[in-house]
Design a protein around this ligand. Structure first.
Ligand code: ZN
Ligand code: ZN
Length: 366
């Protein structure tokens, strides 16, 4: 059985008990690309999947017919003209009355259009069934994520000896991104974050025109996408000798990172893992300076379920891949975050990232 067929079967088993005769997934202009890719392997921006028990059908437009025939292990139907009436017609031909939909990616506009075009059909929002399946990765998926992590780390090893005071953050980001693409990445998994000096206190700073200076801490939050799967890794280095406050903060964040990793195993809640890491920072009196959650799932998307945070309602299960990324940010001064990617196992965590972190790496400031 192909991995895609297996995923579609799992999805059908999940949604069918909700009393639907079909499940519809619409990807328009990339609106539901990760879920459609997960279920079919299709990487284009327009495709519609209809599932109805053992029947499944894939529709796309002439831009993608040939690609879909090569990528998708399903009958491919080409849409000419308006796709909505054609989809509704196929649903009716399958005898479907109640049609399930994922609710996370479908716009309200499209939902209304579907209801207008599909008179006599009932469209039933079913939450996030595909995302829920995606949380637990197969060994093949984990291997792809690991490859993405390895290339991400190789890039970091490549760029670090090349950064100098006077280079702009943007220049560093572009050099690194160029290297990643040359070395075989699909692309970057997100806009690479290169944050130097005072800008490192902004957790999601975008690499800008500002220049690196001697004495800066430089935060790299980077990741590539390989065969669809993402990596996400953060390391902080010092450009020249760091002060004692930076050193102490680094050691504290590292301790929190390790506490988070140590707390991970199947059956533990995302809330508890967050609490274990957060406690380390709180006990140092810096809890206020760690404003974001501890981590998130990574897969076809760089941010997906489960969440590791104070408000998370998720429970970890074997095969989930999550980040552990505590941070401490002194506004206007500097920030430190250390982010690793780990696989949840029955008895602990398997750490995928291997980039050294034991101490704050000090580069030449000249
Ligand atoms: Zn990150
Ligand atoms: Zn992250």
């Amino acid at each position: 059985m192909s991995e895609f067929l297996e995923r579609r079967r799992n999805l059908w088993q999940k949604v069918q008990p909700q009393g639907v005769e079909a499940f519809l997934l619409v990807n328009v202009e990339g609106s539901d690309q990760p879920n459609l890719r997960y279920l079919t392997g299709f990487t284009g921006t327009f495709g519609v999947l209809i599932l109805a028990g053992g029947d499944a059908l894939f529709l796309t437009d002439p831009r993608y017919t040939e690609q879909a025939q090569a990528q998708v292990d399903l009958p491919v139907e080409e849409v000419r003209g308006r796709w909505l009436p054609q989809v509704v017609e196929r649903l009716r031909a399958l005898g479907a009355k109640r049609v399930g939909l994922g609710s996370t990616r479908l716009s309200l506009h499209l939902f209304e259009e579907l209801r207008k075009a599909g008179e006599g059909l009932e469209f039933v929002p079913l939450g996030a069934p595909v995302e829920e399946l995606r949380r637990i990765k197969t060994e093949t998926e984990i291997q792809k994520i690991k490859e993405a992590v390895e290339l991400t780390e190789a890039g970091l090893h490549w760029i670090l000896p090349r950064i100098r005071p006077g280079m702009s953050e943007r220049e560093v980001a572009l050099e690194l991104e160029f290297w990643y693409r040359k070395e075989g990445a699909d692309g970057v998994a997100f806009d690479l974050i290169i944050a130097a000096g005072p800008r490192s206190s902004r957790p999601h700073h975008r690499a800008g025109p500002e220049k690196l200076q001697a004495g800066d801490l430089v935060l790299f939050d980077v990741g590539v996408r390989m065969d669809g799967y993402c990596a996400d890794l953060t390391r902080v280095v010092a450009l020249g000798r760091p002060g004692s406050k930076a050193q102490e903060t680094y050691r504290l964040v590292l301790e929190a990172n390790r506490a988070g990793i140590a707390a991970i195993r199947a059956g533990v809640s995302g809330k508890d893992v967050d609490a274990q890491a957060r406690r380390v920072i709180e006990e140092a009196g810096l809890g206020e300076l760690f404003g974001h959650g501890l981590g998130h799932g990574v897969g076809l998307e760089v941010h997906e379920g489960p969440r590791l945070s104070a408000t998370s309602e998720d429970t970890l299960a074997a095969g989930m891949v999550v980040t552990v990324e505590p941070g401490v940010y002194f506004p206007g001064e500097f920030g430190v975050r250390i982010e690793d990617l780990v696989v949840v196992a029955a008895d602990g965590a398997r750490v995928l990232s291997a980039f050294p972190k034991d101490e704050l790496l000090v580069l030449s400031g000249r």
